[in-house]
Design a protein around this ligand. Structure first.
Ligand code: ZN
Length: 182
């Protein structure tokens, strides 16, 4: 379960924080991964709370004005997987110095902040670039993804696929989920 935490500052929208994630954790089985994507200006402020709430992975944005190395170490010290996310306007080269120290690179395929936006196919070269250099890296894509564009995404080399609207708005969620898996 991919959880989009927004603070109304890094992005112009508010969602939820650690208390809601904690409630969710109590209501899922232990094998469910809670993959937390922080679209917030100060991710360092939330590392302890998200870890205590049961977060499995903590992905923050490279565009934040905090020390990236320190964030990586802090997230790691709480036993969570570490992810770094890139907005569409951020070049893939910005994350390269950190790839060897993290678990996930999240390539945003829409502008972060709202659901229901159109997929930006011009982000796929970022995915392909990373996949060429890092065969075993977890490369996540997030935004506007569904059965109509999954082929190109898979070919580019992404292996962690976040789908929101295409699943939740489907008459039968099992249909798009099966197609994405295939
Ligand atoms: Zn997300």
């Amino acid at each position: 379960i991919h959880l989009d935490v927004m603070d109304g500052h890094f992005v112009p929208n508010l969602t939820f924080g650690a208390p809601i994630i904690k409630c969710l954790k109590k209501n899922v089985t232990d094998d469910v991964i809670l993959d937390v994507h922080l679209m917030v200006s100060k991710p360092s402020q939330w590392i302890d709370d998200i870890a205590d709430a049961g977060g499995s992975a903590f992905t923050f944005h490279i565009e934040v004005e905090e020390n990236i190395e320190e964030l990586i170490q802090s997230v790691r010290s709480k036993g969570m997987r570490v992810g770094i996310a890139l907005k569409p306007g951020t070049p893939v080269t910005s994350v390269l110095p950190y790839v060897d120290k993290i678990d996930i690179v999240l390539i945003m395929t829409v502008e972060p902040g709202f659901g229901g936006q159109s997929f930006m196919a011009d982000m796929l070269p970022k995915v392909a670039h990373l996949r060429n250099q890092y065969p075993h890296l977890d490369i996540m894509v997030d935004g506007g993804i569904g059965p109509t564009n999954i082929d190109a995404i898979a070919e580019a080399g992404a292996n962690l696929i976040v789908a929101g609207t295409s699943v939740f708005k489907a008459p039968d969620a099992a249909v798009p989920i099966a197609l994405l898996r295939k």
